[in-house]
Design a protein around this ligand. Structure first.
Ligand SMILES: [Zn+2]
Length: 119
């Protein structure tokens, strides 16, 4: 499973949220620290994307929406989100997770999208 797919899975299962966004303007990279203490560096990120704005109260959600927007769905995909299609975004793990993940929530954040995928 690719890095992006795993990050989105963790989000849809309501397990791992991003805590910090550190943007480097010259390199156009953003280092994102997640709740499990892992850090992922994303490349070629425009300074105008919504999740870089520290005054944005919904930046975590906007970050995951951004990942979904970079997804290249294959022809058979119903495009309901939370699928396994490739996400076309350059990124690398710069720090591995050092914290155990909590158990998945019994009521996932996006119930409707998830049930749509599995029917
Ligand atoms: Zn898809």
């Amino acid at each position: 499973m690719s890095l992006h797919i795993q990050i989105l899975r963790n989000y849809y299962e309501n397990r791992v949220m991003p805590l910090n966004f550190e943007y480097h303007e010259e390199a156009k990279t953003v280092d994102i620290e997640f709740a499990d203490r892992s850090v992922v560096r994303y490349y070629d990120i425009a300074p105008t994307v919504a999740f870089l704005d520290s005054r944005n109260p919904a930046r975590a959600r906007d970050f995951f929406n951004y990942l979904e927007s970079m997804r290249l769905h294959n022809l058979a995909c119903p495009i309901t989100g939370n699928c396994d299609c490739r996400i076309d975004l350059k990124a690398e793990v710069v720090l591995e997770a050092t914290r155990e993940l909590p158990e998945p929530e019994t009521r996932p954040l996006l119930v409707s999208q998830q049930s749509g995928v599995h029917t």
